[in-house]
Design a protein. Structure first.
Ligand SMILES: NC(=O)c1ccc[n+]([C@@H]2O[C@H](COP(=O)([O-])OP(=O)(O)OC[C@H]3O[C@@H](n4cnc5c(N)ncnc54)[C@H](OP(=O)(O)O)[C@@H]3O)[C@@H](O)[C@H]2O)c1
Length: 302
């Protein structure tokens, strides 16, 4: 009898995300086993417990998912998990804390598509503001965009916190090869004068850009909003917008709403969970791989 596909799902939080459990089973994993309140120091033990009970063939049907809320912690846990493998006892691992890596990947890939299709340009050299960008989704979106060549500024209510998060992005996720900057929400109208794109990545149900601020932006091309809870994160945007002109934008900006982004996020997460099943060689997946598969999905739709 073939061994069942088992995904060991680790989270530092009190509960595993039901969204992630559904995604795992829908992608073909047969059993999604939750490990909650996991301490990062327990990762090595859990990983080694999982790998030694199965043969090579069984290990191909075994995987590890890392959730939680904290992006740095999840990346550290992914690294620990990888370093805990004892080849040939090795399994694939995928980190997507708070769904942030796949959500950010979907948003950035959709923004890139709109820049290309509507403005015949790319992310390279574009000024992008990640409003409310200090959370997991904003951080991941900032890093993915900066790696694609954009000038990104994370905006938060407190400059010190935004600066701390920008530093984290540059050092931890960007290997000091990117330069994500920080800004205070109080100064955002100044930053909007040169913004080509904005991401609304604040907490659910918070509007971060009002209609007057959208209207006054002289070179805004794309506005993307991941918040599905009314009011929208950016005035004039609808959750269903998908490259739709934003009413009231004097620069002709188009909007991408939360449901359109959610669709690409779904595809990216599904593809990475499926890749863990299909691969012959163990893979270690995070925001960069999420962006690759989100881009692939968008290309296939063109
Ligand atoms: N569409 C999808 O598929 C999808 C998937 C996952 C998540 N999401 C959405 O993505 C968004 C971001 O998620 P997240 O987990 O990264 O967010 P989060 O950590 O909950 O919040 C992000 C930032 O919002 C700011 N914020 C919080 N309360 C605020 C308030 N009252 N006024 C202004 N700013 C406030 C905070 O920044 P400062 O303290 O620095 O100001 C916080 O760091 C959420 O809306 C979530 O629902 C969408």
């Amino acid at each position: 009898m073939e061994k069942p596909f088992i995904l060991h799902m680790l989270t530092t939080a009190k509960n595993l995300s039901p969204f992630d459990v559904n995604m795992a089973l829908d992608a073909g994993w047969v059993s999604a086993v939750p490990y909650i309140n996991v301490e990062p120091s327990e990762v090595q033990g859990l990983v080694q417990d999982a790998i030694f009970s199965r043969s090579q063939k069984g290990l191909k049907r075994t995987g590890i998912f890392i959730g939680g809320r904290d992006t740095k912690q999840a990346m550290d846990m992914l690294r620990t998990a990888k370093n805990s493998m004892v080849p040939p006892f090795e399994v694939s691992v995928f980190a997507d804390p708070s769904g942030a890596f796949t959500t950010a990947a979907g948003m950035v890939a959709a923004t890139e598509r709109e820049l290309q299709n509507k403005f015949n340009t790319s992310l390279e050299g574009k000024n992008i503001l990640a409003l409310g960008g200090t959370g997991p989704v904003g951080q991941a979106a900032a890093v993915i965009s900066a790696k694609a060549g954009a000038n990104v500024r994370i905006i938060g209510r407190q400059l010190e916190k935004a600066q701390r998060i920008a530093d984290l992005c540059n050092v931890e996720f960007g290997n000091n090869e990117i330069n994500v900057q920080a800004g205070a929400d109080a100064d955002k109208e100044e930053y909007m004068k040169t913004a080509d794109a904005v991401y609304a990545t604040g907490a659910a149900g918070i509007q971060l850009l009002n209609a007057a601020q959208v209207a006054a932006a002289p070179q805004l091309k794309v506005a993307a909003d991941v918040n599905a809870v009314p009011p929208s994160g950016i005035a004039g945007l609808d959750a269903f917008h998908d490259g739709t002109p934003i009413e009231g934008s004097n620069s002709g900006a188009v909007g991408i709403g939360a449901l359109a982004i959610g669709n690409i996020k779904y595809q990216a997460q599904n593809r990475l969970l499926t890749k863990m099943i299909d691969t012959d060689k163990p893979v270690y997946l995070h925001f960069e791989h999420a962006f690759e598969v989100a881009r692939d999905y968008i290309k296939e739709q063109a």
